[in-house]
Design a protein around this ligand. Structure first.
Ligand code: HEC
Ligand code: HEC
Length: 326
């Protein structure tokens, strides 16, 4: 060795020269812990779906084989394929999920995750895993839950209560349209639900990735939503919100029965899909009538002479703004 002086000593000399500006060598605490780490013991996590109990240790093999390529070995959403995907695979370490039956901000139920696996996530690269047995899916759910400490500290949220669906009528659709206008769904989803509202191009998700609002008019007869295809599923989406995205929860704003009217209207925005709602609209001549709030309806609309049209609040004068694109 040419230079036998220890490096600390040389820095010490530098300190003398630089006086007060001297910086001390980084302490051992700041250095990374190099070298191999012993494997982390797997948490004994379970999932409960009906009579099936899932075990994390039994889900590990399937996860590594089928899921890690996108979701990453550590569940952080950084699998080797993630760079090519939009939207990005879910990061399980933060335990934020889009498809829940539970209120915004809470953990989904085991059953929510189990159903997501069986359904896949439409309009994304998340595949359908319905060839797995129920046991395999339950084990995978338990395994996913090992990635975030939230599952040890918090319970899953309570599933929201959904009242029985009322009949589809043109009045129900008209009221749904009034709500779509009043609650400004159109600002993101667009007046015809085409995903092209004035705010649409500005939206990003919680990971700063650009995200587009759902285009209701795209898709054919088999068009689905991210979190399911039934009317109950749509109800759940806007009442619980799509966590991790700008799509808000409306549970505090919309009354349960009003929510059904909104569901019925949203179906008419799916212009290519065969549905009860589109049949009712067709039978009504294809035009959604203006909604008049029952409490504010004048006793006699046509007999109101001299005073002009009865005064309606802004929220109910919606007839010409939102109209399905047909
Ligand atoms: C080809 C890539 C890919 C593979 C393979 C894959 N996923 Fe996904 N997964 C995704 C993407 C992308 C999303 C996010 C979709 C979105 O945000 O709309 C996702 C989302 C999810 C979600 C979250 C849904 C929600 O409600 O937010 C779960 C749970 C999930 N995946 C589980 C799995 C499991 C378990 C496997 C293996 C059996 C798997 N994924 C395999 C790409 C993949
Ligand atoms: C601030 C913008 C914004 C507003 C306001 C908004 N949405 Fe959304 N919405 C989104 C975004 C973004 C998505 C897509 C989320 C995703 O792809 O993960 C979405 C998704 C949805 C979905 C799910 C589509 C799917 O793929 O499953 C439904 C249903 C929906 N919105 C209904 C509504 C209704 C009803 C309202 C008003 C009561 C509303 N949205 C208001 C931004 C918005």
């Amino acid at each position: 060795m040419k230079n036998s002086k220890p490096w600390k000593f040389r820095i010490g000399l530098g300190c003398l020269a630089l006086g007060a500006m001297c910086t001390l060598p980084a302490s051992a605490q700041d250095a990374p812990d190099v070298g191999p780490h012993p494997a982390q013991p797997l948490k004994p996590m379970e999932s409960h779906i009906g009579h099936v109990t899932g075990h994390a240790k039994d889900g590990k093999m399937d996860y590594r084989r089928y899921c890690a390529g996108c979701h990453g070995d550590q569940g952080d959403g950084n699998g080797e394929n993630a760079q090519w995907l939009d939207p990005k695979p879910r990061d399980f370490t933060i335990a934020t999920f889009k498809c829940r039956s539970t209120l915004t901000g809470t953990l989904p139920t085991d059953e929510d995750l189990f159903n997501t696996l069986g359904r896949g996530v439409t309009n994304s690269f998340m595949p359908v895993w319905n060839t797995f047995s129920d046991q395999q899916r339950a084990d995978l759910v338990a395994y996913i839950k090992t990635f975030s400490p939230r599952w040890e500290k918090e319970k899953a949220g309570e599933p929201i209560k959904i009242p029985a669906e009322p009949a589809v009528t043109i009045e129900s659709i008209a009221h749904g349209k009034a709500l779509f206008t009043k609650l400004e769904c159109w600002k993101c989803h667009g007046p015809q639900g085409k995903g092209d509202g004035p705010s649409a191009s500005t939206l990003t998700d919680s990971k700063d990735q650009p995200i587009r609002p759902y285009d209701f008019s795209a898709g054919r007869d088999d068009s689905r939503f991210k979190c399911g295809s039934t009317n109950q599923d749509i109800y759940k989406i806007f009442m619980t919100g799509v966590d991790g995205t700008p799509m808000p929860s409306f549970a505090d704003t919309i009354q349960p029965n009003d929510a059904w009217d909104l569901v019925h209207f949203l179906r008419t925005l799916q212009v290519h899909r065969h549905s009860k709602e589109n049949d009712v609209l067709k039978a009504a001549g294809g035009k959604i009538p203006a909604y008049v709030e029952k409490s504010q309806a004048p006793a006699s609309w046509s007999g109101n002479q001299g005073g002009g049209r009865p005064k309606l609040s802004a929220s109910v004068r919606t007839d010409d703004f939102v109209r399905p694109g047909r």
